[in-house]
Design a protein around this ligand. Structure first.
Ligand code: 4AD
Length: 479
């Protein structure tokens, strides 16, 4: 086949070369009957293509007219010669950059020889991409200058997600998401974890509680897995010492919040514990420090791009992750004037407050809170040996919001059945799971991470729908 050039790879050294590029027409600017500019975009990069009617170059005025008549966001192929723009042209390009939303503007241009339209977009798109890419600060500035700009609301964006995804920030967000997922695998593989896949069609609730999507499985009542919890533990019973899974997780919660989805990507891990469940915390510590480092060092362009539309403070974290007990957390809140029921759970507001207090005191946005009261943890959580009113469990927070929960699990069938019953679970629905612990089961623990939450909170975005490509929430099943 022919060789295609990536806009992001173009630089001065390409000057004089003839290239072939496919891209979307981000902007079309007619100058005269004989001249037009077409800005082509691929992902986060753009390049300006110049059409000048000239017999020498084989460019006709019809071709210029054809280019001028293209609709924005059409897919076109351009064949042309890479050139370095003259100074005045550069200036207009820069001006243009500010007027639109180009991030990675290429300082080279393409002198177009041929242009083909591969697929036309309709003349007026349902959302304006430039508006969708503006930061709040830009809107405010424009308003002060008396300009009328239209903000694109979250719902409208999601209704037309395929257009919305083209903004530079959105192009960056899902590249970051991919990096987090990839690092998760890479790190755990390096620690001898084995990637597994557990069923998503299961016979009963995996986390206890009613938040399940019910369905019929060949006529039998069944549901979508709320987590790989029971099966990842059974993999440990099956002789796999360390396992992880990346897969969809379904929650029928009717929570219309900024951080709950009905389907999200679960990053789960489960491992044998030799001496103490802090072995699980140590894995989390190494894993997340490596993810944060990787993003900071290798995803600069993506983070800057997100920052441009949604400004945020870089995440602060310690080389060795801070661990605080739940009681210490409660005490800190108490000293700051927030009373918490000592055996209850933290609500969103107190978690955020605790996040701020921890940051002030310890200088980190990332920490582990451990030893939660028994009553607020799932039935499979191991009670503390010294005080069964508490558990060998933990949550992990970024900027005061939960991204992980984890624990040591109960590995004896008697205690497991007792705890399930106490939590109101009909043990007959999970008998195969409970029985697994009668056949020889090592002490173990693990954790579950919400991928969308990690990206949302690393970048301090205000809504989890921004980090889910096609979010499922209580109101949304399409697109
Ligand atoms: O806290 P959760 O429910 O814990 C479990 O599923 C356990 N099986 C984990 C374990 O191994 N002990 O969910 C784990 C994580 C949360 O910390 C949060 O990041 C994310 O999953 N999460 C959600 N993300 C988006 N939307 C929702 N509705 C979520 N519910 C939980």
């Amino acid at each position: 086949g022919r060789s295609w050039t990536k806009i992001g790879d173009l630089d001065d050294s390409a000057a004089g070369r003839t290239v072939l590029i496919r891209g979307a027409t981000q902007a079309i600017r007619p100058v005269s009957k004989k001249m037009a500019f077409v800005v082509l975009r691929q992902s986060m990069s753009t390049v300006q293509c110049v059409l000048v009617a000239s017999a020498d170059a084989g460019v006709s005025t019809q071709m210029v007219r054809f280019a001028t008549a293209l609709s924005k966001e059409s897919i076109v192929d351009v064949e042309g010669v890479v050139s370095l723009p003259k100074e005045p042209l550069k200036a207009t390009t820069q001006q243009y950059v500010h007027a639109e939303f180009v991030v990675n503007i290429n300082l080279v241009e393409i002198q177009v020889r041929k242009i083909y339209c591969i697929n036309r977009a309709i003349p007026t798109l349902p959302i304006n991409l430039e508006d969708a890419a503006r930061s709040e600060a830009e809107f405010e500035k424009a308003e002060q200058a008396g300009e009328k700009l239209v903000r694109v609301g979250q719902d409208t964006r999601l209704n037309y997600r395929t257009i919305d995804l083209r903004t530079p920030a959105n192009q960056a967000i899902f590249r970051i998401q991919c990096q987090v997922e990839n690092k998760f695998r890479e790190f755990l593989l390096s620690k001898d974890f084995v990637g597994i896949h557990t069923p998503k069609l299961i016979s009963g609730s995996s986390e206890g509680g009613a938040a399940v999507f019910k369905l019929l499985y060949n006529g039998q009542p069944a549901c979508l897995a709320q987590s790989p919890q029971l099966y990842k533990q059974m993999a440990i019973c099956g002789g796999y010492e360390r396992v992880f899974e990346v897969g969809p997780v379904f929650r029928a919660e009717n929570s219309n919040t900024h951080r709950h989805l009905c389907e999200f990507v679960g990053l789960d891990a489960e491992m044998e514990i030799k001496e103490h469940y802090f072995e699980v915390c140590d894995i989390i510590d190494g894993l997340f420090v490596s993810i944060f480092k990787h993003l900071t060092e290798n995803c600069k362009k993506e983070l800057e791009t997100i920052n441009r539309q949604y400004p945020f403070e870089p995440l602060q974290y310690l080389e060795k992750t801070l661990k605080l007990t739940y009681e210490e957390g409660i005490q800190m809140l108490k000293e700051a004037g927030t009373e918490i029921e000592p055996m209850g759970d933290l609500n969103t507001e107190s978690e955020k407050k605790l996040g701020r207090l921890v940051k002030e005191k310890y200088g980190t946005d990332f920490f582990i809170l451990y030893r939660y009261p028994l009553g607020v943890r799932p039935f499979y959580t191991m009670p503390c040996y010294d005080n069964p009113a508490y558990t060998n469990s933990f949550d992990v927070f970024i900027r005061g919001e939960e991204i992980i929960s984890g624990a040591q699990r109960i590995h004896t069938p008697e205690l497991l059945a007792k705890r399930a019953t106490e939590c109101g679970i009909d043990v007959s629905t999970i008998s195969a799971y409970i029985e697994s612990f009668s056949y020889g089961a090592p002490p173990h623990g693990g954790f579950g991470v919400g991928l969308e939450r990690v990206v949302m909170l690393f970048c301090a975005l205000n809504n989890i729908r921004k980090t889910s490509m096609f979010p499922r929430d209580p109101q949304r099943l399409v697109p």
